[in-house]
Design a protein around this ligand. Sequence first.
Ligand code: NDP
Length: 445
Amino acid sequence: MTAAIDKVYADVIRRNPGEHEFHQAVHEVLTSLEPVLAKDPHYADNALLERLVEPERQIIFRVPWVDDAGNVQVNRGFRVEFNSALGPYKGGLRFHPSVNAGIIKFLGFEQIFKNALTNQGIGGGKGGSDFDPHGRSDAEIMRFCQSFMTELSRHIGPNVDVPAGDIGVGGREIGYLFGQYKRLRNSYDAGVLTGKGLAWGGSLVRTEATGYGTVLFAQSMLATRGQSMEGQRVVVSGAGNVAIYAIEKAQALGAKVVTFSDSSGYVVDEAGVDLELLKQVKEVERGRVADYVKRRPSAQLVTGGSIWDVTCSVALPCATQNELNGDAAVRLLRNGCGVVAEGANMPSTPEAVEHFQAAGILYAPGKAANAGGVATSALEMEQNASRSRWDFATAEAKLTGIMADIHHSCLEAADTYGRPGDYVLGANAAGFVRVADVMNAFGII
Ligand code: NDP
């Protein structure tokens, strides 16, 4: 890294001790900015980089709630409002026991560039809690969400900060969160949250958007080499919102998807994933992947191994950060994988990314490939503001157009800065330039 970038990074490590995922996300972006700063050194003026890596605001709060046994539980809530140069802070809420300040900051930081890439006027933020929804009753989830929103409601609003879902936060949780917000404010501000139900301000295609968008991005990448998703053998990790709709779109485009996973193991189904059964197990019954295998003779459950050992031509990591390390990348490449598109945020470690890039395969980072989710959230905000409701085809056509634009922006920026086909550089540089130009227009704030 150049001396200026080195110093910014050293300060991030010093001021945010122990926040490894945040350090990792900042390092990836700053490294990509070297050719940008070499071409346009003014982007380092006025401590722009120093301001970019410091959140505008970080809120940490107590979330007390009562479980079904009458015990008082105490969790920690977070909202990091990272950058509002382009619009209201926008980014999901994650409920998972691993959540801490560093994870929320890495996600919020990534979100700045992802949201800029969508070109829709949304800033970057992220939030969540170390609450673990697994095994909790519906009533416990509701009480937790109500307590969480009681504090969060002071800090958000349709023009201020607009959260959505992420790991552990889907339609049910958004319902409880929105209900409590509406009650506290005595105002039907539909635009305060996205991922809402269709009957109360939600947008068609929002549920599908992240997974669909990831596959559309992979399809665009393949097209640069005269290929398509048709006939590809696909490995998908995760079995949540992103994974399920990535599988749906990949199958619709003629690919064969042979895996999915959760934290209890992964499933290989050589007959191709039965999506209706997977949806029944995960979306309706909220079960484990083993429940799928029990009802599907062609499927096999593997516990304790690595899903990336399964041979594929396209890999779509859709579970969580750092789920695909350097060794796994080497095995994927050895088995003939030629495309990796990230549905999850930062699922590949830096070592894995190095292997993918050295091998010259098509590799897209999450901030580009999974931007369809937040892009469709912005479409939901647009419908809420205009009190309109688009049909599925209209919303999907807009998502398709946005993903194509993001793909184009990445390639264009990669060309501009001298590394054609480098989607990491392209995504970071294109997102950065949009945010940096507006930050400069606003002066030193
Ligand atoms: P869900 O909660 O719906 O699903 C997450 C899935 O990943 C579950 O199958 C879960 O298994 C698995 N998983 C989570 N953590 C781990 C872990 N530590 N080890 C193994 N498996 C794990 O979340 P989403 O599908 O919404 O999110 C998945 C990823 O996509 C995240 O990285 C998220 O940030 C990213 N993303 C999501 C967007 C969205 O619109 N929802 C938008 C853009 C990115 P289990 O249930 O056993 O924990």
